[in-house]
Design a protein around this ligand. Structure first.
Ligand SMILES: NC(=O)c1ccc[n+]([C@@H]2O[C@H](COP(=O)([O-])OP(=O)(O)OC[C@H]3O[C@@H](n4cnc5c(N)ncnc54)[C@H](OP(=O)(O)O)[C@@H]3O)[C@@H](O)[C@H]2O)c1
Length: 275
């Protein structure tokens, strides 16, 4: 059984595991370490999660070398603005105990604050300075992508957005792909909804010998997205990664597509603000 995720090539020549571990609300260093030992090579954290220090400790204690891990963190809303970006990443690196992150994301565009373009310009500088190997964004709508690419000529390597079968984001995925940007899926299991109770997912799972969560995660990877499921349950941590030995057929993919409701579980990036 394959227990690591395949790599996706990014538009800057680097690569990223297609499935990673979401760490929101996890502060248990042993649990984070268990994810690494189970085969996860991508850890997704953020300044706002206030767990970068714990993620860093798990990395330091892991049997897997640092250069085999892919660490993502994100710039908080309060740090938008050209002069704030470098100190913000330096503080994240200090908490993580690292000298470089593999991916640095602007967490939200905050269009009403109006500083995401200059913030992106500063991320481009950080990449050139070697503090972030790849740079990207999160929750950027197509118009936000247009603004940053127009100003810098640099398209984000990744756009991390809410994405699950209830909210499959076809237009956003197309907008990302047309810029060479990988779409990464947050709340890939539809946290807080009844998605995983769906009889459709259960019957597909029975056919393939998978649980509903595994079916959903395989769907993400087959549409070309990069999910980052979170679990604090050791058994789920392991099984969420064990999906790459099966391929869902077209009928199953169509049945999952038919679950779309168009309803978000999280904030609308056009108006959502968090600092
Ligand atoms: N960029 C952004 O704005 C943004 C926003 C939200 C999230 N994120 C990132 O995306 C990651 C994942 O999103 P998320 O945490 O919101 O939601 P999620 O991964 O969709 O769902 C997590 C929930 O699903 C449960 N779960 C996990 N695996 C399961 C399985 N196989 N079967 C049944 N239930 C299962 C977990 O429970 P247990 O823990 O009890 O197992 C947890 O309650 C976050 O951790 C974070 O890294 C980013």
């Amino acid at each position: 059984m394959q227990n690591t995720a395949p790599l996706l090539e990014l538009n800057d020549g680097h690569s990223m595991p297609q499935l990673g571990f979401g760490t929101y609300s996890i502060h248990d260093v042993d649990l984070l370490g268990e994810a690494i030992e189970s085969g996860y090579r991508l850890l997704d954290t953020a300044t706002r999660y206030e767990n970068e220090a714990e993620v860093g400790r798990a990395i330091a204690q892991a049997s897997v070398p640092r250069d085999e891990l892919f660490v993502t963190t994100k710039l908080a809303g309060r740090d938008h603005g050209r002069e704030n970006v470098r100190p913000a990443l330096q503080a994240s690196l200090e908490r993580l105990g690292l000298d470089q992150v593999d991916l640095y994301l602007i967490h939200w565009p905050l269009p009403n604050v109006g500083k995401f373009v200059e913030t992106w310009e500063a991320l481009v500088d950080l990449r050139e300075a070697g503090l972030a190997r790849s740079i990207g964004v999160s929750n950027f709508l197509p118009e936000h992508l247009d603004a940053i690419v127009g100003a810098t000529g640099v398209a984000p390597a990744v756009n991390q957005v809410e994405l699950h079968p209830y909210f499959p984001q076809a237009a956003q995925r197309q907008a990302d792909a047309s810029r060479g940007t990988v779409t990464q899926s947050w709340s890939p299991l539809g946290r807080g909804t009844n998605l995983l109770e769906s009889p459709v997912l259960r019957s597909i799972g029975e056919k393939y010998g998978l649980g509903p969560g595994q079916v959903v995660l395989r769907w993400h990877t087959q549409i070309g997205a990069a999910p980052i499921p979170k679990s604090a349950t050791p058994e789920r941590i392991r099984t969420n990664l064990s999906i790459f030995d099966v391929t869902l057929d077209e009928a199953a993919m169509n049945d999952i597509a038919a679950l779309e409701t168009g309803v978000r579980v999280g904030g609308d990036p056009a108006v959502h603000e968090e600092f």
